[in-house]
Design a protein around this ligand. Structure first.
Ligand code: SF4
Length: 129
């Protein structure tokens, strides 16, 4: 893979929000502006294989609310739209509980397939209970 570029970015790992300058060549990535090593890890990942935690909702039938919030971790940034297409089609029947896995999918990442799990982050009670 060839990068050969310099980018500015804000580290989002902690509230300090260091302004980073990241230079990537074919053989090396150098980071300046970080106040701790986590900033270097963040910047390196952003340059090579950026990931996001995706938060959204799915439809629920028969529950005390019509939607349940969900989370998907480690989504390759360039696959967010594909994952949202899958999320929009999910309908579950209540009850749903925090931690339930309501979907699993595999997407193509920069270095091969990435397995993702769609996890419920709110409790939805059944109307009939
Ligand atoms: S580099 Fe370290 S101190 Fe700076 S924002 Fe990132 S995590 Fe926080």
């Amino acid at each position: 893979m060839t990068y050969d570029r310099t980018e500015s970015m804000t580290c989002i790992i902690c509230p300090i929000g260091c302004e980073l300058s990241v230079t990537a060549t074919e053989s090396d990535i150098s980071v300046v502006g970080n106040q701790c090593p986590r900033g270097e890890t963040y910047a390196t990942t952003e340059m090579t294989d950026p990931r996001r935690t995706l938060a959204s909702t799915i439809l629920v039938t028969g529950g005390d609310r019509p939607l349940a919030s969900i989370r998907v971790d480690d989504v390759p940034k360039e696959r967010i739209a594909d994952v949202m297409d899958v999320i929009r089609k999910i309908v579950v029947e209540a009850p749903a509980e925090i931690g339930d896995v309501v979907g699993e999918l595999k997407v193509e990442g920069k270095d091969g397939p990435v397995e993702l799990r769609i996890i419920v982050t709110v409790n939805v009670r059944s109307n009939s209970s």
